[in-house]
Design a protein around this ligand. Sequence first.
Ligand code: SF4
Ligand code: SF4
Length: 738
Amino acid sequence: MGRTYPAHEIAQLTKGEGEVIWADGCLAILKALLESGVAYLGGYPGAPVSNLTDAFLDAEETVLKPMGIFVANNVNEASAAAMLRLSVNAPIRGAVAWKVVGTNVAADALAHVCSSGVKGGVVIFVGEDYGASSTLVVQKTLPYGYNFGAPVLDPKADLNHVAHLTRIAFDLSEACQMPVFFLVRTRVGNMKSWLRVKNNRHLTYSLHAPLTELPKSPDRFPIPPFTQQQESEKWHERIPKAKKFIRENGINERYDNGGRKGIIVHGLLFNLALRALLRLGEVEFAQPELATASALSDPSPSHIHSPFATRHSLPSSPVPRPPSQFAFGIPLLSLHALFPLVEDELAEFLDGKDEVLVVEEGEPALLEREIRAIAQKIGWTGRIVRGEYLPTTGELTTDDLVKGFSEFLGNSGSALRVDSFPFEPPTRNAQPETHRLPIVPRFPNFCTGCPERPAVLTAVKIFRDLHPEVRLEIVLDIGCYIMGIYYLRELTSPVTGMGTCLASSLATSFLTQERTLYVVGDGTFWAQALTTSISNALYHRQNCVVLILENFWTAMTGHQPNPSTKVGERAGNLDIEATLKGMGAKWVKVVNPYEVGEVIRLLEEAWSLTDIGPRFLIARGECMLERSRRERKEREQQVQAGQRVAEAHFGVDPLVCAGDHSCLHYNNCPSLTVRLSPNPLKRDLIVQAEQTCVACGLCGSVAHAAKLCPSFYRIEWVRNPSWWERWQFKLRRWLIGV
Ligand code: SF4
Ligand code: SF4
């Protein structure tokens, strides 16, 4: 989930040499970008770098534009990657960000940029959320580094290291003339800590001082015969230059006091290995009193006050970090440049050792294979191990490493020296009683009042109940609405990637009797669905119904704006309804998603029109999370100003509710729950709407459309009422009393 950076955090971006700021990983990266002289920024949101997109956008007006930096809110990763072409032609630095699967979308443009090579430094920040908190498919960026010949950097969970590596990434990019991938793991992107910063760099070329003429070099054009030359350059000149730079700048860290066994880790796994080795007594802090939890990759240590808890102020005293604080009992090589590996560095580390454990997360294990290849090339006779001691798929945990290291080092388990661990998180026993209660498993659900739920779940369920004869295949694209798979399981088909899911059902539409209901949000519509799915369906006159959820925000990644957003200077440039009509769509309707009866009527109408190609139903309603945040603030301001403010609430009459729970089945709102009936003769649990209800109106609409009981009522809570309302209220109370 993305976040909004308050003004006092953004203001820290203007601080200079030697000052200390409090930041999360993404804000630290943005500060390092300003220190690196980056002139343009872009990308497409996705965890865990959606915070970086948020930081770009939140700082755009107050910091970035005044510095002359151009910020693009790209509609997808391909457009962000293609924008990097400026750095092919000009000595101008640029950076973009997307999540790991976004590289699939960007791959074509990136392949061309990487073939041409760059003059200005280019860094691509990739949200590498491998593991439990992962995106839809499990994937790693490293294979792309090999494929494109682009260096891959992987920082440890330490903000000063993240910022240092960001700055150095641009120098590396210019030294080897290749874009550089920079991996941002979830813990790195979200960890919060102190950061000592440098001066922001003045830009030679910027919004205030544009480059007069763009240099053109035909030999940079990625078409034959130049591509043959570029390939040779890439592997015979650029990669060797990258290796030289990596070695000379000490990007990989070696802790080696001698020993017959060694460990090789990468990126964030350094922090996990550190924890594990601490527990095994194989590492000690040189200055234990300075050891902090952040050094151990704990993003929110309990003893450090976090300003993000209050969001109004910064902590007063920074915790100092020594430059080198670890003394390892076993040789350890921490790789932060995963591609290319530097043969000389590896050879020096392997020299004199009998056995080396490669701690690499997931498959394909390219590091392990490359290290084996280098070992064979240099004639090293020792043994390289990995799968013998550690899981080869899935996210590695500290416990995995403790077990694996213990076996590798020949410890019995009794060798664990937990007492040497300088920072112990609170034990379970120290937690409140409620924290030890089991967590009830549940499916993720749409937010209270979400406009997508009525269209995706309620209308579809009622439509299905009314028309069992329709052979329905629901194809959900990527967005909040993908949660529909948990509630419509037997009707949904697998996802094939951002914006491609309607195209995935083209052959299905012709070779089966199933009829496709394709569900897509506005962000995904503009990102990819328009060109890949919609144009394909219109061209083939695919017999399908397309339900477009226009909620005006890219909600799933934290409410970044997209071309449908109605605020900001780009608002109104693009319109879904006009676009579809302009493309020749024959049936395009707009509906209020909370009017369930009308949604169902239009679905029935769309279904009856089988020979006009795709039919488009736009369910238009703003994302409730974004809308509530804005309206809550506005309401409070009005109340403070003494204005009359009416706030609606829904409720269930406990004496009418029969307890059959049909409303829960059709509605699924998390604000609806069950409780005991006040009527002792009714044994079934009745429904109640909790205080969190935002009165979207769906309850009443469902009760009407699905012909349910009339238990639901709507009330208005009036603040600063008029004298007439006060008088009416008193009169009513008196009459009820009588
Ligand atoms: S973030 Fe917005 S669109 Fe997504 S589930 Fe919540 S209310 Fe619905
Ligand atoms: S009216 Fe009903 S559906 Fe809407 S927020 Fe309240 S409880 Fe949820």
